[in-house]
Each structure stands twice: as C-alpha cells, then as structure tokens.
Design a protein around this ligand. Structure first.
Ligand SMILES: C[S@@+](CC[C@H](N)C(=O)[O-])C[C@H]1O[C@@H](n2cnc3c(N)ncnc32)[C@H](O)[C@@H]1O
Length: 256
C-alpha cells in the first residue's frame, strides 16, 4: 500500500532486502525444508527483488533451474538485474493466480511472505498444485500479524495489531491458515512449524514492522488517539525494547 493515509512507504526492494538480512534463521529453515538437490526445478512465487534465489541456485547447481515470479515489474527488474549472469536463474513477471507454466512443471515451489498479499490465497494454492509435479514439495512461510508481540502497553500493542490486520495487510492471519488452505487445495500437509525471531533494537524492528509509519496511519484513520500513539512510540524508543513476530512455515506435497 503505497503512501497509505498520506504516510509514505519506503522503497519496496530495499525493505525486502532489509528483512532478508535480518530474517536469516527462518529463511534458512525454509530453504532446508525445500530439500533441494542438483538438477531440480524450483519456483519462487512472489520472489521480490530475489533475496532467496542465490541460495536456491547454489543448491540445484548448474543442472537445475530456479524460476522467480513476481507480479510487480520493479521487483522483476531488480531481481533480473541481480541474476543477469546466472544462466540457471530466470525471473519472470507473472501473477500467482494464473501462472503461465504447464501442468507439472516444477519439482519444488515456495512462497515467502507473499501469500499474505494476494487477492485469493485459495486460487494461488490451486495454481501451485497444478504446476508442481506429483510428489513435488511446497514450502510456504507467512506471518501472523495479529500475533506480533511488543513488550509494553498491551492495549496499544493490540490496537496496532488490529489496525495492521484490518487496514494494512490483505491476508494478515494467513500464516495460521496455511495447513487448512493447502489441504483444501488438494495438498498433503506434512508439517506446520513456527519461527519467532526476537528483536531488541527498536530502530531495526521499526524498519520491518513499521511501528512509526503504521501508528501514524492508525492515528490518521482514527483507530488510535494521537496522544496514545505518540506516547507508545516514545516508550518503545526509550525503553528496554522487545518485539517478536510469529512466522508459520508449512511443508506440503502434491499427492502422487
Ligand atoms: C513481502 S514481499 C516478499 C518477497 C520475497 N519473497 C522475500 O522474501 O524477500 C511479497 C512479494 O509478493 C509479490 N506478490 C504479491 N502478490 C502477488 C501475486 N499475485 N503474484 C505474484 N507475486 C505477488 C509482491 O510483489 C512482493 O514482491
């Protein structure tokens, strides 16, 4: 949501690169769960600027293929530029609701924090089922924005989460729904696990969770009183800060 409620958003590619630099642990877990081997063909749907493509390309080696797809041309441009000299990596403009690939094209597919933004998660999962080979593995990592824990004023934490869930993120609680949605789409679900990085630095966390920007938006939307919002932000900046998001990592497979 660019410039929502008159509050400018940061550069999207820089935001995603920043998250990737901090979220090393859950991203490594998601990569390990993919069980990549040389020669496999992998789809990264909603690849953004391509933060995860290199690790996948290394794992499938030159005999494999990594295809990144994103609906945003600026992301495709950024990722394409990065992987210009990597023959086994291709980045394509596309929408997860209607992928341009043949049925059973991929051995593996993944999404990392992209299903939270799509118009119809069930339709995207149906597409992923179609383009995976029988027995192919799907791995998805998504947050649960209603479960963002911030030490301090509990009512403000709740008001902030309510605003983000109702106004800022389309499918803000899709993380907790992953297994149910995947089964409904026809996948066999092997595992759901959680990952919760803990942040102790307000400035670092603010870049990812947008406490300052989204509190200002909530104030402008009438969801939070200005005095309460400004006091909460001042306390978070001044105090012994702690915040932790809840990430769900789901492992599923297309039935044989
Ligand atoms: C939060 S970013 C995550 C990017 C990347 N997966 C990462 O971990 O750095 C979500 C991405 O999903 C993309 N996206 C949103 N809806 C999409 C759709 N319908 N089809 C394909 N990509 C989509 C956005 O353009 C954005 O680049």
């Amino acid at each position: 949501m660019a410039n929502a409620l008159g509050v400018p958003s940061p550069d999207k590619a820089a935001y995603m690169d920043n998250v990737a630099a901090v979220a090393v642990d859950y991203k490594q877990q998601l990569l390990d769960l993919l069980q990549l081997e040389p020669g496999l063909k992998v789809l990264d749907l909603g690849c953004g600027p391509g933060a995860d493509l290199q690790a996948m390309a290394d794992a499938v080696e030159v005999s494999g293929r990594v295809i990144g797809v994103d609906v945003d041309p600026t992301m495709v441009e950024a990722a394409s530029e990065r992987f210009r000299d990597h023959p086994q990596v291709e980045v394509l403009l596309g929408d997860g609701h209607a992928l341009s690939f043949e049925e059973a094209s991929f051995d593996r597919a993944r999404m990392d924090r992209a299903l939270q933004h799509v118009a119809d998660p069930a339709a995207v999962l149906a597409e992923l089922l179609r383009v995976l080979k029988p027995g192919g593995l799907l791995r998805i990592g998504e947050p649960d924005w209603d479960s963002l824990v911030v030490d301090g004023d509990l009512e403000m934490n709740r008001a902030f989460n309510r605003f983000v869930c109702s106004t800022m993120v389309r499918n803000a609680t899709v993380g907790r729904q992953l297994a149910r949605l995947a089964r409904a789409a026809g996948f066999e679900v092997d595992e759901v696990r959680t990952a919760s990085p803990v942040f102790h630095d307000f400035a670092q966390a603010d870049k990812i969770f947008a406490f300052t920007r989204n509190t200002e938006r909530a104030i402008r939307a009438g969801a939070i009183e200005r005095a309460d919002g400004e006091r909460w932000l001042a306390e978070l900046q001044a105090g012994d800060f702690l915040a932790a998001p809840l990430m769900f990592l789901m492992s599923a497979r297309k039935p044989l």
